[in-house]
Design a protein around this ligand. Structure first.
Ligand code: SF4
Length: 82
């Protein structure tokens, strides 16, 4: 499960974040390129822009249908409880 204690410092402030368990699979960057980007030196993703509500719904639906890796589902699950 994603852990805020291991959150990458490059993430913008907000509810979404990527932690050190990112496996650099590229799925979130393909799904929401305006919100996620790659930190090339570290080889991982970070949140570039926090998603807004309609966009977030689209991301969750899209990633669920693609059966995204468990770690990413846990990242998105944190905002699904609103
Ligand atoms: S979907 Fe998860 S594991 Fe894949 S690049 Fe994005 S944050 Fe990393």
């Amino acid at each position: 499960m994603a852990d805020v204690a291991n959150r990458y410092p490059q993430n913008v402030a907000g509810l979404f974040y990527v932690d050190d368990q990112c496996i650099d699979c590229d799925l979130c960057r393909e799904t929401a390129p305006a919100n996620f980007t790659r930190e090339d030196d570290g080889g991982h993703t970070y949140v570039l822009k926090q998603p807004e509500t309609p966009e977030l719904g689209l991301i969750i639906r899209s990633t669920t249908q693609k059966k995204m890796p468990r770690i990413a589902k846990q990242i998105f699950a944190k905002t699904d409880k609103k």
